[in-house]
Design a protein around this ligand. Structure first.
Ligand code: HEM
Length: 511
């Protein structure tokens, strides 16, 4: 009942909950977007509408106070905040450090993370991207030709339909393509052997439970820690081998590039740091890219008109006089309008990360424009609160986007439309150097699938390339349709992914 007692006007409203420690964990965990929307609109006690919280409110999540700021201004408040006031590492480190390892990303001061982001950025050059396109297509082709889940494709019968499990297939394709390109030759070669089990154990330690309670005497925790140690040792043994036998290693991959980098004070990266950065890239890219690819392919399977437009685009750009299709190139990929629209629209509707969090290091006032419903109130987020933004809420806001809940790539064709403007704000806004090169601050756009500001995703261009090339490689070879109704979102794992489902496929006639 203390929740009904009068509270200081400066505190954001507290979401009503029945069980003290648990708070709103169950409702938030089941459907975070529905929960945010309901809180913004109204709160209910025994079906009775009680309060309109507006865009800023606090809820209890397993004993922690979480203050949510919604809308474009809410996103700007969290993503554009000063890192001395709003720190990402305090919130993310319990999840990421046991998985990535020590001294990288959120297990080091923010300035060091910015340097590590710069190292990765200089490792991902356009020249490398040019080479990656062929490698990605090659991996997808090889997978279709050898994996038992594509038995019908391998039979060479263009009339028969087969079915493949969406989550499994796109997760496997993503790890194959990422390890072939980003992770390097040695990792790709070991992928089908012991590395796969180690990856599996590590991945099972990357869940909301492991985040909320970082250490428990359970097998998944023990396996996570053993897998991290094993994977780190494996990368470090590759590093030693490369250093001791330079004549055998002409590789021009991310590891080779990291081995040459120096921090500003002149010190090189230590072996375990290089190993842990590579693990971080693997883990940060895997679920985000695989769920984005899965959602994209599901929508393509659902919309035959867009599927045909994508195929026609391939024929138009890559068709050869004998009726075949030549290899995809990086430079031409960027000109494929339908493909670009399809990826952008999927990331609008299904950004894999639904909640972006920081820890308030001091009391921080919330701008009055955010503190609706009554604009004369100025809230203060107290020190120690987790502050949370949810860009997906703006990406689905019906006051911004027409027919907001519908997957409609055509909205991206209009150069003067809302989508194009949002994209422009995101990518061409104020440019700031956070220590890893100039990036667009872009924090006030209603379209932020890769986050914004100093923590903006470092894998954005790579992910675009990986997803786009995979779509081309698949659409050239397969016709697709849904096996059943379009799947709903599963919010229970770390990323928003589709609930288990299948896609039907058959071989394209002119493959
Ligand atoms: C950060 C989205 C792929 C590496 C982020 C953030 C978002 C995001 C929203 C910001 C998190 C925050 O502000 O708290 C995505 C999406 C992807 C994707 C939608 C694919 C479709 C990748 C890939 C890599 C990667 C492929 C690695 C190659 C990272 C890293 C960070 C990050 C290291 C942390 C940056 C920091 O805290 O400063 N990503 N990501 N991501 N992403 Fe991605």
């Amino acid at each position: 009942l203390w929740q009904l007692l009068p509270r200081p006007k400066s505190q954001p409203p507290l979401v009503w909950h029945w069980i003290p420690f648990l708070g709103s964990a169950a409702t938030y965990g089941r459907d975070p977007i529905g929960f945010f929307r309901q809180c913004r609109e109204k709160s209910f006690i025994m079906q009775m509408p009680l309060l309109q919280y507006g865009n800023c409110f606090t809820f209890i999540l397993l004993g922690k106070r979480v203050t949510v700021t919604l809308g474009t201004r809410g996103n700007d408040y969290v993503l554009g905040g000063k890192h001395t006031q709003l720190a990402a590492e305090d919130v993310y480190s319990p999840l990421t450090t046991p998985v990535f390892g020590k001294d990288v990303v959120y297990d080091c001061p923010n300035e060091k993370l910015m340097e590590q982001k710069r190292f990765v950025k200089v490792s991902l050059t356009i020249d490398k991207f040019r080479a990656y396109v062929g490698m990605i297509e090659d991996e997808i082709k090889g997978y279709l030709e050898t994996d038992p889940k594509f038995r019908v494709y391998q039979m060479d019968d263009i009339n028969e339909w087969g079915a493949f499990p969406v989550l499994e297939v796109f997760s496997e394709m993503t790890i194959l393509t990422a390890s072939r390109t980003l992770q390097g030759r040695e990792i790709r070669e070991r992928l089908t052997k012991d590395y796969a089990q180690v990856y599996h154990d590590l991945d099972h330690g990357f869940t909301p439970l492991h985040w909320m309670i970082p250490n428990l005497p359970l097998p998944s925790y023990r396996k996570r820690d053993a897998a991290q140690a094993k994977m780190s040792a494996f990368y470090q043994s590759i590093l030693r081998h490369r250093r001791e036998h330079p004549e055998e290693h002409q590789d021009d991959d991310v590891m080779a590039s990291l081995m040459k980098q120096r921090y500003r004070d002149g010190t090189p990266l230590r072996d375990h740091e290089i190993a842990h950065i590579l693990i971080a890239l693997l883990m940060a890219g895997q679920h985000t890219s695989s769920s984005s690819l899965a959602w994209t392919m599901l929508h393509i399977a659902d919309r035959q008109d867009i599927q045909e437009a994508l195929y026609e685009e391939q024929v138009k750009h890559f068709g050869t006089p004998d009726g075949g299709l030549r290899d995809i190139t990086y430079d031409e990929l960027r000109d494929l309008k339908v493909l670009d629209a399809v990826v952008r629209e999927t990331l609008r509707l299904h950004p894999p990360i639904h909640s972006i969090m920081r820890m308030a290091h001091e009391d921080i006032p919330v701008p009055a424009t955010l503190a609706a419903p009554s604009e004369d109130v100025t809230y203060v987020v107290p020190k120690g609160d987790i502050v949370m933004a949810s860009p997906i809420v703006s990406q689905l806001d019906p006051t911004v986007w027409e027919d907001a809940e519908t997957w409609e790539p055509l909205r991206w064709y209009d150069d003067k439309g809302v989508a194009a403007q949002a994209h422009k704000q995101y990518n061409e806004g104020e440019k700031i150097d956070f220590g890893f090169g100039l990036v667009s601050k872009g924090t006030v756009s209603p379209y932020l699938p890769f986050g914004a500001g100093r923590h903006r995703c470092i894998g954005e261009q790579f992910a675009y390339l990986q997803i786009s090339t995979a779509i081309c490689a698949l659409i050239r070879r397969l016709e697709l349709k849904l096996e059943s109704d379009f799947p709903k979102s599963d919010y229970e794992s770390m990323m928003v992914q589709p609930l288990p489902c299948k896609i039907l496929y058959r071989r394209r006639k002119f493959d």
